[in-house]
Design a protein around this ligand. Sequence first.
Ligand code: UTP
Length: 293
Amino acid sequence: MKITKAVIPAAGFGTRFLPASKAQPKEMLPIVDTPTIQYVVEEVEKAGISDILMIIGKAKRAIEEHFDRNFELEAELAEKNRLQELNDIRRISEIANIFFIYQKELNGLGDAVNYARSHVGQEPFVVLLGDTIIDTDNSQSITAEMIRVYEQYQAPVVLLEEVDPKKVSRYGIVGGTMIDSQIVEINQLVEKPAVDQAPSNLAVAGRYILTPDIFECIDQTPRGKNNEIQLTDAMQLLLKRRRFYGLKLKGVRHDIGNKLDFVKTNILYAMKRRDMGEAVKKFIKEIAAKLEH
Ligand code: UTP
């Protein structure tokens, strides 16, 4: 069955990014001048999907407004003949058909995904964390690559990233066998395992293609780590019913909910920009030299 729907959970408290995330969503934190969640939506668009459901929470209205039209701003830009900005602003509201649903209590990622049940119906769907940007080495949309794996195996697929074996307890970790250089057939999924109990150092990296039977699995999932309904635990139940695959990421994952990653990603993206890259590189060299003395 063709994948036509994407779900972007963006309701979390973002406690790792306080105080900035107290009254504004971390998913709206900009990387240079573009909110994180816009990069995520553009990844979906590049994969040919135009139906997006966002799961949002309290203080998340800014996300709705960002993807809606702003007629006053458009009129202002038109009057000042600032046509490039006008085009950019309009394009954001034309990217996709975006629907919103409120997660009433923040009971974890598994619970957030459960809100997509009636929207996705009986179709497979892709889940993208709203605070995670994925850059692939070949500049392709990772969602598009994952859809190809789904089409080949007709089974759920998660994106995997190799992490420092000492840090596995921060992630959902999989066990399984490599069936080629990039694809793992998964036989175990465990949320935040202790270092000596982790089945590997392959972490689930914020992108998932799931089949609709995940919803029954979420219903059967008790609260797990952090007293939350963990998507990883629900996927472990799904694994008992179906084959399950992982695609190893060739590229970089940016977790914007983590302050250090946020700062690094901003520097990296600013350096890559045509309009400011050289100036930023020069500035960084200068301050690095100054701070050494
Ligand atoms: P995180 O694991 O980063 O959790 O969520 P969090 O609560 O947002 O942030 P911290 O750990 O307290 O700093 C990963 C993604 O899942 C969404 C978040 O918005 C984020 O995009 N999420 C998480 C929900 O939508 N609902 C939840 O109940 C939990």
